[in-house]
Design a protein around this ligand. Structure first.
Ligand SMILES: Cc1cc2nc3c(=O)[nH]c(=O)nc-3n(C[C@H](O)[C@H](O)[C@H](O)COP(=O)(O)O)c2cc1C
Length: 243
């Protein structure tokens, strides 16, 4: 089984998203998967031109010369793809949006009705990979991922696929804080992510218990906010207050 992570944080391997993705992949690898972790920030991905050449002139092929052709090959060649993104303005990062806009060559332009009687494009690629979503955000509540939950359900429908696991972490700024107790709590959370990676490979889904555990805060929200505000004070201490 091939699992490929597409990480869209501009912070690439230093990102909180990567802390999550790496732990998940570790579990997946232990369960026998062949894994790859791709940092989109290090790839050349130009924005879609909206020319529809990939549908009507060179079907399945984009006119833009950049890294996207190879990335699409990797995408289509995976059994499971992981969309890993920080939450930006309640949505995926711009890098991820650019990446996803460039999926046009994967679709056949003709319209058809889906099982719910709603129109979508005909499937363009052979086997669509199953989808896992990994995201983290700065605010502590899990509600901030409302848009992503809906967005990836829609994307899976468009790709004739399904979302088999969603892993969201509110209060994600805690994942790399240099503090003994927090490090211990994050270590426990990473263990849980590893378990999630194993479950996805072994069962193509997460257990109810794992899903429940993944939604729990690592520390209470008020403690997270107090710590964050103190950190902002520290970082802003050198700036003179306005009179
Ligand atoms: C441009 C930008 C927009 C952001 N928007 C949100 C947001 O809407 N909600 C939120 O909770 N955090 C938001 N954040 C905070 C990030 O989600 C947070 O810093 C996260 O830990 C970054 O993850 P990364 O290290 O994987 O890039 C935003 C950060 C940036 C830079």
């Amino acid at each position: 089984m091939k699992i490929t992570v597409f990480n869209s944080s501009p912070r690439a391997d230093k990102s909180n998203t990567n802390v999550m993705a790496e732990a998940f992949l570790k579990g997946a690898k232990e369960a026998g998967a062949d894994t790859e972790n791709i940092f989109l920030a290090r790839q050349k991905i130009k924005p879609c031109l909206g020319c529809f050449s990939c549908w009507v002139k060179t079907p399945g092929k984009c006119v833009i010369q950049d890294d996207m052709a190879e990335l699409l090959r990797k995408f289509a060649g995976a059994d499971i793809v992981v969309f890993a993104t920080p939450l930006y303005v309640d949505n995926v990062s711009g890098i991820m949006k650019n990446f996803m806009d460039r999926f046009m060559p994967l679709a056949d332009p003709h319209f058809e009705k889906d099982e719910q009687g709603q129109y979508r494009h005909v499937k363009g690629m052979g086997k669509a990979p199953k989808i896992v979503v990994i995201s983290n955000c700065g605010f502590p509540e899990q509600d901030h991922f409302q848009v992503l939950r809906l967005l990836f359900r829609r994307i899976a429908r468009n790709l004739h696929s399904e979302v088999i696991a969603e892993i969201y972490r509110g209060g994600g700024e805690i994942l790399q804080v240099d503090h003994l107790i927090l490090k211990l709590l994050v270590w426990k959370y990473r263990k849980l992510l590893k378990k999630a990676g194993r479950e996805v490979v072994e069962h193509m889904q997460l257990s109810e218990q794992t899903m429940e555990e993944l939604e729990k805060p690592i520390i209470p929200h008020d403690l997270y906010i107090n710590g964050a505000n103190k950190e902002w004070d520290k970082q802003l201490a050198h700036i003179k207050k306005r009179p």
